[in-house]
Design a protein around this ligand. Structure first.
Ligand SMILES: NC(=O)c1ccc[n+]([C@@H]2O[C@H](COP(=O)([O-])OP(=O)(O)OC[C@H]3O[C@@H](n4cnc5c(N)ncnc54)[C@H](OP(=O)(O)O)[C@@H]3O)[C@@H](O)[C@H]2O)c1
Length: 413
């Protein structure tokens, strides 16, 4: 793995590819350099480390929403049809309040692209990180003075409105969902456009709202419960989900339960009952108890927002236990990144940052497994609140402040 922001910038210059829109084999661990949890406050930085296996064929294939007054309007006009749509856009960096809803050109699907009429979208931590940006140096990749891509939103569910001539998997009217993280975002809009490989059919019986909760967070949850080489938890394993109450955690709790584990969730006081309602056998309130100091030992720990050093977490693992962190605060996550391999070897316990993430579009097996778990009633998307697109700022602020107990939806119809 290479931590290579300069490398990304160089590659971007050399290839003309926007590294903020990596292709499907990208891993983008997120390191939160905040000195502590600071929801709703200016972050000191969230270190986005993007490692992209760049594919030149990605370049120029994604139609992105731009304010109609954008400087690049003329360049994009050839790919747009008459008409406009409502979309959340931002043209500078900052807190959720910089986002606004306005009329933008409606994209026209070209080549292998599908235009999807958005029925529901959901908010993820990644949406908020992109606004900041967190960390600040992500500007080197996504635009120094202002973001090059004005579109916002990654998790989407909707109906195929029209297709490009090379589309083979979908037809107008199909119900689809997807994660636009790798495709220029744009889920918080009336329509969104991406290559057909961004999308999968929504299973019969699944609502648009439930489908919109899944692509980013549920896939990440599934992958956090196995190692790159396939090792995973077993029935009876003792699993701890630190950060059980955010976007990823509730899925991780339910998936671990479905795999037969005894699950402990960690969250703030106000969310203890929520995490219990997800099926957690035990819940720890992190404001009162540090799980690394209780004397309990776990076979597998998933950390969605790392606040402990590897040395502290090591003592909470059983022999051969696994610690997987997805993102988190500065020193712990830097330690996981840099010292993880060393400590793992010395302790005989695999510990470190999840670097085997495959986004929704690159993980069809995981999507299939997720569909099965939901069909079997073993995983249940939990929706906290719905906001109309016109209240996108309120929705983003609500999530950034850490208030939701479940996913927050943006409803566009
Ligand atoms: N590694 C990768 O490849 C990869 C790929 C994509 C995304 N990511 C990253 O993975 C992360 C996913 O997290 P998410 O979306 O679930 O984030 P989230 O919704 O912000 O949830 C964060 C969780 O951390 C908990 N938390 C906050 N402060 C805490 C503290 N002091 N001690 C213990 N827990 C605390 C929160 O609990 P309360 O709400 O109860 O306070 C919440 O459960 C994001 O950072 C995302 O960017 C990683």
């Amino acid at each position: 793995m290479r931590v290579a922001t300069p490398l990304c910038a160089r590659a971007e210059r050399a290839t003309g590819i926007d590294m903020a829109r990596p292709d499907d084999r990208t891993f983008v661990p997120v390191l939160n350099l905040r000195g502590g949890r600071s929801r709703g406050q200016p972050a000191t930085g969230r270190l986005w480390v993007g490692l992209s296996r760049v594919r030149a064929r990605v370049a120029g294939r994604i139609a992105r929403a731009r304010p109609t007054g954008s400087n690049e309007r003329a360049r994009l006009r050839s790919g747009k049809q008459e008409g406009v749509m409502k979309a959340a856009v931002r043209d500078r960096y900052g807190p959720p309040e910089i986002v606004r809803v306005e009329d933008v050109d409606m994209p026209v699907p070209a080549g292998d692209q599908a235009l999807v009429r958005v029925e529901a979208a959901s908010v993820n931590r990644a949406d908020l990180d992109g606004l900041g940006p967190r960390p600040a140096f992500a500007r080197l990749i996504i635009g120094i003075r202002a973001p090059r891509n004005h579109a916002v939103g990654i998790d989407v569910a909707g109906v195929v409105e029209s297709i490009g001539p090379a589309v083979t998997r979908f037809k107008p009217g199909d119900r689809v969902f997807g994660d636009m993280f790798s495709f220029g975002a744009g889920a918080f809009a009336e329509y969104t456009c991406a290559p057909e490989r961004a999308f999968q059919l929504i299973p019969d019986g699944m609502s648009f709202e439930d489908a919109a909760t899944l692509p980013h967070s549920a896939i990440l949850a599934l992958q956090s419960l196995r190692l790159r080489k396939g090792r995973t938890i077993e029935p009876g394993s003792h699993v701890l989900i630190d950060g059980a109450s955010g976007n990823v955690g509730p899925f991780a709790v339910q998936i671990a339960k479905a795999m037969g584990a005894e699950v402990t969730g960690v969250c703030r006081t106000e969310k203890v009952e929520f995490v219990r309602s997800l099926g957690a056998d035990h819940v720890i309130d992190y404001t009162a108890v540090d799980y690394t100091r209780t004397g309990e030992r776990y076979d597998w720990i998933v950390d969605t927002d790392s606040h402990h050093s590897l040395l502290a977490v090591r003592h909470a693992l059983r022999p051969g236990g696994v610690y997987v962190t997805l993102g988190g605060t500065g020193l712990p996550i830097l330690g996981a990144l840099l010292l993880g391999p060393v400590i793992s070897r010395a302790a005989g316990k695999p510990m470190g940052l999840l670097i085997w993430w495959r986004p929704f579009n690159a993980a069809p097996d995981d999507v299939g497994r997720l569909k099965d778990l939901i069909a079997a009633g073993k995983v249940r998307p939990v929706i906290d609140r719905r906001f109309p697109l016109s209240q996108i700022v309120e929705a983003l602020r609500y999530v950034d402040d850490g208030k939701p107990k479940g996913k927050v939806l943006i409803i566009t119809t």
